[in-house]
Design a protein around this ligand. Structure first.
Ligand SMILES: C[S@@+](CC[C@H](N)C(=O)[O-])C[C@H]1O[C@@H](n2cnc3c(N)ncnc32)[C@H](O)[C@@H]1O
Length: 273
């Protein structure tokens, strides 16, 4: 897919998903976001860039960790995500945090150099994730560090069939190459190509727990990357896609609830001084 088209699909897709994202995904993603923050080992006073920050699930936690003498900048391509994040920031009265709309593949303004750059579950959506890693590298002070988390290998993510199910009903794929970075050492390779050294990775696996079919379908079809395509389906197409998705996760059903395997890769690298 043409990269400009992919970015438009992402931007407007996440605008559409923004209202439902935290409701369906916050609890599911909490363990991987916690591990990302542990690997990041944030210190009071640090300046942090949170790339593809969404509505700020990681940014708010990071802003607490760096404290009032630190600063967090959260960037995302979706206007709606940024609007929601900013509304939450004002509601919570958080002062060491700002949000702005920025394409992760574009250079970061040079008004400051960051101690650390994070990207939680954003790189899979980019046409050229290595460019985003390059922009993160350039934004870091010498000796700074970056940590990114992506979904793991397709075969270890039980919800993966949602992509072909939706793609079969639209003209262009929603997330081409979604699982590329989580396969083998691909994310490490991209970190190294962007200039990072001392690169290391770990895999994290756990089950995503959904109490009902409505929650499992909501996460896959309404609160995530295929939200825009799904919202444009007519009722019949929606019902068919939903039924096919439920059939694809049937082996993970326990009574009413679902325990769907998920795998993540967390990679860290240094911008050597
Ligand atoms: C799964 S959400 C992750 C949000 C947040 N990091 C978290 O962990 O909750 C993926 C985010 O990537 C953003 N995104 C997709 N393509 C992007 C791009 N080219 N530049 C910046 N953000 C992008 C989406 O708008 C969306 O908010």
């Amino acid at each position: 897919m043409d990269s400009r088209l992919q970015k438009r699909v992402q931007r407007y897709g996440w605008d559409r998903a923004s209202e439902d994202y935290a409701r369906y995904w916050q609890a599911q993603l909490e363990p991987v976001q916690t591990r990302l923050l542990e690997v990041a080992d944030l210190q009071a006073g640090e300046k942090l860039l949170d790339v593809a920050c969404g509505d700020g699930l990681v940014s708010f936690r990071a802003s607490e960790a760096v404290g009032p003498s630190g600063m967090v900048s959260g960037d995302d391509i979706s206007e709606e995500m940024i609007r929601r994040a900013e509304a939450l920031r004002l509601e919570r009265g958080v002062e060491n945090l700002r949000f702005r709309r920025r394409d992760a593949e574009a250079s970061v303004d040079a008004e400051t150099y960051y101690d650390i750059a994070l990207c939680a579950l954003g790189l899979m959506y980019l046409p050229e994730p290595e460019r985003a890693l390059g922009a993160m590298f350039e934004a870091l002070r010498p000796g700074g560090r970056a940590v990114a988390a992506v979904w793991g290998a397709r075969r270890n993510c039980g919800w993966a069939e949602v992509f072909p199910i939706v793609d079969a009903r639209v003209k262009s794929e929603v997330c081409p190459l979604f699982f590329r970075l989580g396969t083998g050492a691909a994310l490490e390779t991209d970190f190294k190509a962007a200039g990072f050294s001392d690169v290391s990775s770990e895999r994290l696996s756990y089950d995503l727990s959904f109490k009902t079919a409505e929650q499992a379908c909501g996460a896959a079809l309404i609160g995530g990357p295929v939200a825009l395509a799904y919202s444009r389906f007519d009722d019949e197409t929606r019902d068919a896609a939903r039924a096919e998705y439920l059939a694809s996760i049937e082996s993970y059903r326990h009574g009413e609830s679902y325990e769907i395997p998920g795998e993540f890769v967390i990679t860290r690298g240094s911008a050597a001084s």
